[in-house]
Design a binder for this molecule. Sequence first.
Ligand SMILES: CC(C)(COP(=O)([O-])OP(=O)([O-])OC[C@H]1O[C@@H](n2cnc3c(N)ncnc32)[C@H](O)[C@@H]1OP(=O)([O-])[O-])[C@@H](O)C(=O)NCCC(=O)NCCSC(=O)C[C@@](C)(O)CC(=O)[O-]
Ligand SMILES: NC(=O)C1=CN([C@@H]2O[C@H](COP(=O)(O)OP(=O)(O)OC[C@H]3O[C@@H](n4cnc5c(N)ncnc54)[C@H](OP(=O)(O)O)[C@@H]3O)[C@@H](O)[C@H]2O)C=CC1
Length: 431
Amino acid sequence: MTTETTTPRNSRLENLRNLEPAGRLDVLAAAVGMSDEDRVTLTGADVLPMPLANGMIENVIGKFELPLAVASNFTINDKDYLIPMVVEEPSVVAAASYMAKIARGCGGFRTSADRPVMRAQIQVVGLADPSGARHRLLGAEAELREMCNARDEVLVSLGGGCIGIEVHVFETSAVGPMAVLHILVDVRDAMGANAVNSMAETIAPRVAEIAGGHTRLRILSNLADHRLARAHVTLTPEALTTKTMDGNDVIDGMIEAYALAQIDPYRAATHNKGVMNGVDPVVVATGNDWRAIEAGAHAWAARSGQYTSLTTWERGANGSLTGTIEMPMALGLVGGATKTHPAAQAALRVLGVSTAQELAQVTVAVGLAQNMAALRALATEGIQKGHMALHARNIAILAGATGAEVEAVAKAIATQGHVSVQAAKEVLAKL
Ligand SMILES: CC(C)(COP(=O)([O-])OP(=O)([O-])OC[C@H]1O[C@@H](n2cnc3c(N)ncnc32)[C@H](O)[C@@H]1OP(=O)([O-])[O-])[C@@H](O)C(=O)NCCC(=O)NCCSC(=O)C[C@@](C)(O)CC(=O)[O-]
Ligand SMILES: NC(=O)C1=CN([C@@H]2O[C@H](COP(=O)(O)OP(=O)(O)OC[C@H]3O[C@@H](n4cnc5c(N)ncnc54)[C@H](OP(=O)(O)O)[C@@H]3O)[C@@H](O)[C@H]2O)C=CC1
């Protein structure tokens, strides 16, 4: 994993939480060698000019802003990362930073990723002999692969392109038999939707001719199961010991929480929402398609026929806790809003990633960290203590607190254990 800047980064930015946004940006800029232009972009001041916004989607009437934060303390494969996150929910960034700090003391996260191979599907209906069609199509693999690659010489020149096909046959009550040809395409640093969709549409007539039917859908699959990214972390009981709980008891609690997510979709849905609390903010900050990531993640979680956890948590031979995550992570560095949104470009430079696979690894590491935070909190003091303490700031602001009042009111209502606008107003009135 390489970064663009020459100086090694240090992601342990102590006291970041106690600064104001401008002060945090100064610290971040110094840590990553940020350009003045990126510094201005990341302040958010008209970062997306209306003409640009109006060119991104249809019927534009304005813009909608969300907070942009940075998760600190991450060490991934012995390299430090400062990770931009866009999210509206309190405690998410704090949680990721906290777990990265704990993991940092245990060697950090270790990650890997598959080749960036995407699937596109070409549906063939009206078949007399679906099995015969399958064999004819598989026999034409070289011809179809060459047709795909002739369609995208840029991708091939970058080392990508179509690397193979699969043919799946279904018997349906609605429309009888159908064959679905998959092209498997290495899309390099793109998310790859446009590249593979164009290839599928290009070869569809030839596919219909070989199969002896006619084609319908020609579209990528978001179940990018050949484009997995994975991360793991090993935590000692000492690292997980809190003021009130021994680390071994924390580990027991986290494994028991995971065990429920493994077998119960009701829990797995929330468990995986916790994972996506870490994944989605990085996906959004880098201008990627979070709907595609979400679709792939949950389809992957249900691949066995029962929806289950995206992560695993086990006690290792030496008593440490090992956490793992593996999931599809089809992210791009060069396409869509990643290329057009100035803040996404700046965020990628803060990250210092140089390939889509590196971005994918960083993203799943944050997902694992987020899951670790949730399970650790649930296994110890419960989620509300930490979550509501940070949510209290939102409530204080809603109650009319400004400036230094916000922290004072938030601290008072969090300490009372009654985080509500009414309680905040009463405290504010007494200030
Ligand atoms: C919220 C914390 C981190 C507080 O935890 P704490 O013990 O109060 O934290 P602390 O004050 O001891 O600080 C420890 C570190 O946390 C970070 N940190 C701590 N506070 C801040 C802050 N204000 N701003 C920035 N960073 C912060 C920071 O890195 C800090 O280290 P330092 O830099 O100070 O040396 C902890 O209680 C926690 O991790 N809770 C879990 C919260 C969580 O998971 N939130 C996600 C939303 S809940 C949800 O939707 C998912 C869920 C729960 O449903 C999933 C599931 O069910 O599995
Ligand atoms: N179901 C879904 O998920 C769908 C998603 N989308 C949306 O499409 C958006 C754009 O996707 P995507 O296809 O990636 O974007 P692009 O179409 O912009 O593809 C990336 C472009 O960058 C060029 N390129 C330059 N350098 C590289 C490199 N190193 N690796 C790969 N390509 C490179 C490619 O050239 P060349 O074209 O010559 O290869 C390609 O034109 C996605 O973010 C998504 O929101 C669209 C349809 C469906």
